[in-house]
Design a protein around this ligand. Structure first.
Ligand code: SAM
Length: 359
């Protein structure tokens, strides 16, 4: 049995599946999903890099952001940091290490909650965070929603992993991509949409207009996820970092933004290597802002990641490394890593940072 076989079995009993179900199983099937079975998905041995794997300075700069949020909240005695989808735990570890070194008063008051659905990644996080054991717990995001906290919620490259619906207009009619079985193989076909009211509400609210024939994605799961995030906070800030754009910049490619990553190469073989490759779509930041406002999350700012990091001291860090250790190989590597966040077309350019606040 493999995931392709499991999906075929499901289609034979339940009928054709909306594409979002395929994506959900590809990433999170209990037995065969990418995040449930892939060891080290991120980094050199994996399929892609994230900012936290590029440089520890990323987590260190986010520590400065946490200090700002703590101060804005009036320096409470207990300050919760929630990391949703923390992957292998690099960001949380770098952030706590920086707080301990540079902001010991806040460090004592911090409790870290990791919300990670993959047991495999939870294990990696427990190992990486073992020196902070007394300050860290693991929780489901929905349990946290029933027990809200004051603090900062961080989600770095998480929303792009939430399964999306794939759609298109054909002669003015909305159609949705479904997975079917054809000659004993998985195949995609366009059908009437499974949830037309939710889709048209989404398009209307986010102001997304799509040329006829162009494929595009709608992230209803991102909205339910944001609902849980909003419920998890009594007061504080939500920081979402991801690639993506505003609605009117998202429907500009005929094939949409959905793509797979396998061993650092991008492909659009959505029915191949199921559970063995990452699948992701650009985040619709207009949707997070519009629905966020309805959920009580006030928009503070949408920024380029590069500008956000510069605001937290990226250039000063670069200058310091250059001054102190000009000749060492380690310093050279660090400088190159930081430049990923600064060069045009690099991570600082392609990624956006959304800051929302609950007061
Ligand atoms: C691309 S990885 C990013 C990991 C990490 N934030 C980093 O910067 O390296 C996506 C992460 O989101 C998690 N994830 C996916 N769906 C999730 C959900 N519904 N709730 C919480 N985490 C989720 C995955 O298990 C994984 O940890």
């Amino acid at each position: 049995m493999n995931l392709t076989h499991k999906i075929k079995q499901r289609i034979l009993t339940e009928g054709d599946l909306p594409f979002t179900e395929l994506m959900g199983m590809a990433l999170f099937d209990e037995e065969f999903g990418y995040y449930t079975t892939r060891r080290n998905p991120i980094g050199k041995q994996g399929d892609y890099y994230t900012s936290s794997h590029i440089s520890a300075h990323f987590g260190e700069l986010l520590a400065e952001f946490a200090v700002r949020v703590w101060k804005e909240l009036g320096t409470p005695d207990r300050f919760y940091l929630v990391e949703v989808g923390g992957g292998e735990g690099y960001l949380a570890c770098d952030l706590l290490t920086a707080l301990r070194r540079n902001h010991p008063i806040l460090f004592e008051k911090v409790r870290l909650v990791m919300c990670e659905p993959s047991p495999l990644l939870q294990g990696a996080q427990q190992t990486r965070l073992r020196e902070f054991t007394s300050q860290v717990t693991w929780s489901g995001l929905s349990s946290l929603a029933g027990n809200p906290i004051i603090g900062l919620v961080i989600a770095n490259e998480v929303v792009d992993a939430l399964p999306v619906h794939r759609l298109r207009y054909r002669q003015g009619q909305l159609e949705e991509s479904f997975v079917t079985v054809h000659h004993n193989n998985l195949a995609l076909r366009w059908k009437k949409p499974s949830n037309p009211i939710a889709f048209s509400t989404f398009l209307e609210k986010t102001g997304m207009s799509v040329p006829d024939g162009y494929q595009f994605e709608i992230g209803l799961n991102a909205i339910s996820w944001l609902t849980d995030v909003a419920k998890a906070l009594t007061a504080g800030t939500v920081l979402i970092i991801d690639y993506g754009d505003l609605s009117d910049h998202l429907a500009v490619e005929p094939n949409g933004t959905l793509r797979c990553f396998y061993r650092h190469a991008v492909n659009s073989d959505f029915l191949e290597r199921l559970g063995e490759q990452d699948m992701t779509a650009d985040v619709n930041f207009s949707a997070l802002m519009v629905y966020g406002t309805e959920l009580g999350l006030k928009l503070v700012k949408l920024d380029r990641q590069g500008d956000f990091l510069i605001g937290l001291g990226l250039l000063e860090k670069l200058e310091k490394i250059t001054d102190l250790e000009q000749d060492s190989l380690a310093a050279l590597k660090e400088r190159l890593a930081l430049k990923h966040f600064l060069v045009p077309g690099g991570m600082g350019d392609r990624f956006k940072v959304l800051i929302q606040k609950k007061v």
